[in-house]
Design a protein around this ligand. Sequence first.
Ligand SMILES: Cc1cc2nc3c(=O)[nH]c(=O)nc-3n(C[C@H](O)[C@H](O)[C@H](O)COP(=O)(O)O)c2cc1C
Length: 199
Amino acid sequence: MSVNILRINASIFGENGVSSQLSNTLLQNLQTVYRNVDIVERDAASGDIPHFNANTLQQINDGKAELADTLIEEVKNADIILLAMPMYNFGVPSELKSWFDHIARAKVTFTYTENGPKGLLENKKVYVITTRGGIHRDKSTDGQMPFLNTMLSFVGLDDVSYIYAEGLNMSGDTREKNITLAKQQIEELVSEINSEALS
Ligand SMILES: Cc1cc2nc3c(=O)[nH]c(=O)nc-3n(C[C@H](O)[C@H](O)[C@H](O)COP(=O)(O)O)c2cc1C
């Protein structure tokens, strides 16, 4: 089976970021399942995706929003989206927020119906890898998940698996232990695809 993967990294540490490295692990695992993999990569930390501002809105209204159009095409073409999401200051990296700002477009990725908003991106699998210095899962200090759950669902991305690597800046062996656990989570998630494909 052949799949299009859109991989978005957002670590300010580039390839050394734990989220980038876990995203590599996930990608390598997916490549053992799918024979033909076409990968499009975006490095949100590169500064290529500026803030969504008045100019961006004007460009969209003028039909000249080249970057936003490209980002939307990339997400529409993807079967699988890998989102590597470090926690910076309790939230989503601002460049990743910018990416969402660019891909959320009325009548293209979401629409409003009598029953409220409806996402228009369909049949896509999303993997979110979140890496944190501390432990925030299910706590009020987790500013990422409330936004992410709402945002992904708003544009129709409902099939989401989350991989957590927390406590990365804690003392002792927490970092290594939790990176190993995240890798195990990745292997389990990918082995589920294997068995689904075989059944
Ligand atoms: C600018 C900055 C802000 C951070 N803010 C937080 C934070 O609010 N909470 C937290 O648990 N860890 C925080 N961390 C730690 C990172 O989440 C941790 O280093 C993680 O590994 C980042 O992922 P990455 O290695 O893929 O970049 C911060 C790190 C940096 C560099």
